[in-house]
Write a protein that binds this ligand. Sequence first.
Ligand code: NDP
Length: 276
Amino acid sequence: MTVPEFALNDGTTIPQLGFGVFKVDPDETERIVSDALEVGYRHIDTAAVYGNEVGVGRAIAASGIPRDELYITTKLWNSDQGTQSAFDAMDLSLEKLGLEHVNLYLIHWPRPDLDKYTETWHALEQIQAQGKATSIGVSNFHAPHLDKLLADSTVVPAVDQIELHPAFAQAPLREYLASKGIATEAWGPLGQGKYDLFGKPAVADAAAAHGATPAQVVIRWHLQKGIIVFPKSNSRERMAENFDVFGFELTDAEIAAIDGLEEGLRVGSNPDEATF
Ligand code: NDP
């Protein structure tokens, strides 16, 4: 199964389908990420705040997979925004992961109330120059946050990782990101199981038509829209299901029907208001 490589604005590429580890228990992370690597995933999305970077690192080390075949993302937590604190946070994440570099380092949330994301971004630019992160990007940034950041930076973020699923498809923000050459990554791509996405006729009908599962249909919807996606599952069976999405293609009509599920349904926090 070949996962397409998606080209980023800094000349690198990222596997368009990966595996996310939000809410994966730190004590179970090594086993679960080992399962994901055995299933075939080569792109892992973690974050300092998930508390499971050590487990991700152990699974990587135990796998024996060459480092250059893996794509590892981690994120700088909000309380580490700032210059020296960002340098220290990067070093701690690398130590926990047991890596010399990550492929992608993200500012996890803008926290506009702190007004430190531009300063923090300049630290990430230095982290990239030092080779500790090959690519740098942001997460949960809205257009005004990016406008402000871009006005005072040399490096354009490679990605913005945002909440994105059929009932919250973020079309205006995706259009803005595309206009700036910033790739869109989806978090909560399956709606985090917080609403009945899989029971919607647009999803269920496409699944029946292709002999696929509803989750596979939703993942294909992301992929065919040019979105980078990394569903999470603790179950090896569902990991394999979510990875087995390259044997069919949704029609334009099926994609349009799933687009019709948009209802502005946010399942996570609003980045303009988040104060955690
Ligand atoms: P997802 O939309 O990936 O949903 C995960 C849920 O769906 C879990 O409950 C999982 O249950 C279930 N599930 C997975 N596969 C299937 C399937 N085939 N059939 C039925 N149910 C399934 O939510 P996440 O929040 O985990 O988002 C993905 C990743 O995005 C995260 O892991 C993290 O890496 C990133 N993220 C980033 C955020 C940010 O602020 N930047 C915020 C949130 C997430 P089970 O495990 O039991 O299979």
